[in-house]
Design a binder for this molecule. Structure first.
Ligand SMILES: NC(=O)c1ccc[n+]([C@@H]2O[C@H](COP(=O)([O-])OP(=O)(O)OC[C@H]3O[C@@H](n4cnc5c(N)ncnc54)[C@H](OP(=O)(O)O)[C@@H]3O)[C@@H](O)[C@H]2O)c1
Length: 177
C-alpha cells in the first residue's frame, strides 16, 4: 500500500540544513550506499515527490552545472512565487492546502510511495492534514544550534526500526494518528 514518507537527514539537534541552507555537515560524513535507509532502495519505491520552494531552489543551484532535474518521478513544488522551471521535467508548482495536492500525488504514484522531500514545515502540513504515514531520518553526529527545522510541530511517533549506517543513526518512525 502507498505510504506518504518524509525521508531526510538531520543533525542531532533537529536541523535539516544550516542557516545558509548548506548541507556540508551532511555530505562530509561516511555512509554506506547499500546500508540502512539507503537512498537507492528508498527511491525505487517512490512514485511521486513533493517539496517546498527553498528545497527546490537548493536543487536548482546544486544541479546548475548539469541543468537536469534529478528525479524521474512526477514532482510538485509548493510556492507562492514564480520559480525557474527545468525543461523536460514533470514539475507542477502549487500553493495552499496540501490535501488536494496529496490526492494528485497518490494518483500519480500509482501504488508506490509519496516522498515529502522537505522542508520540515511542509512535512508538518501533511501531518496536520492526517496525510503523513512515516518519518525516515538519518541522524548525523553533529549539532548546529540553528538552521531549517526537521519537523516544527508536535507529532506523536512510534519507533518502527533503528540501525546504524556509517556515521549515522537511521530510524524509521510511524506517525501515530
Ligand atoms: N537534510 C536533508 O536531507 C534535506 C532534505 C530536504 C531539504 N533540505 C534543506 O532544508 C531546507 C528547507 O528549507 P525550508 O525549511 O525553508 O523549507 P521548504 O519547504 O523547502 O521551503 C519553504 C517554502 O515553501 C513554500 N511553501 C511551503 N508550504 C507552502 C504551501 N502550503 N503553499 C505555498 N507555498 C508553500 C514557502 O515559500 P514561497 O511561497 O515564498 O515560495 C515556504 O517559505 C533547504 O535548505 C533544503 O535544501 C535538506
Amino acid at each position: 500500500m502507498s505510504r506518504t514518507q518524509y525521508y531526510t537527514a538531520a543533525t542531532l539537534d533537529g536541523f535539516i540544513a544550516d542557516p545558509d541552507n548548506s548541507l556540508e555537515w551532511l555530505f562530509s560524513r561516511k555512509r554506506d550506499e547499500a546500508g540502512a535507509l539507503d537512498y537507492a532502495g528508498f527511491i525505487a519505491d517512490v512514485g511521486a515527490i513533493a517539496m517546498g520552494s527553498t528545497t527546490y531552489e537548493w536543487i536548482v543551484d546544486y544541479e546548475d552545472s548539469s541543468g537536469k532535474w534529478p528525479y524521474e518521478q512526477p514532482s510538485w513544488v509548493f510556492t507562492h512565487r514564480e520559480l525557474p522551471a527545468f525543461t523536460d521535467a514533470q514539475i507542477e508548482f502549487v500553493s495552499g492546502d496540501v490535501a488536494p495536492v496529496h490526492e494528485k500525488l497518490v494518483r500519480a504514484a500509482g501504488g508506490k510511495n509519496v516522498w515529502i522531500v522537505g522542508g520540515g514545515d511542509l512535512a508538518g502540513q501533511f501531518a496536520d492534514a492526517g496525510l503523513l504515514d512515516e518519518v525516515l531520518v538519518t541522524i548525523a553526529p553533529v549539532t548546529l544550534g540553528a538552521g531549517a527545522p526537521l519537523l516544527p510541530r508536535r507529532i506523536e511517533l512510534s519507533l518502527e526500526e533503528v540501525a546504524r549506517n556509517g556515521d549515522f543513526v537511521c530510524a524509521r518512525f510511524g506517525v501515530v494518528r
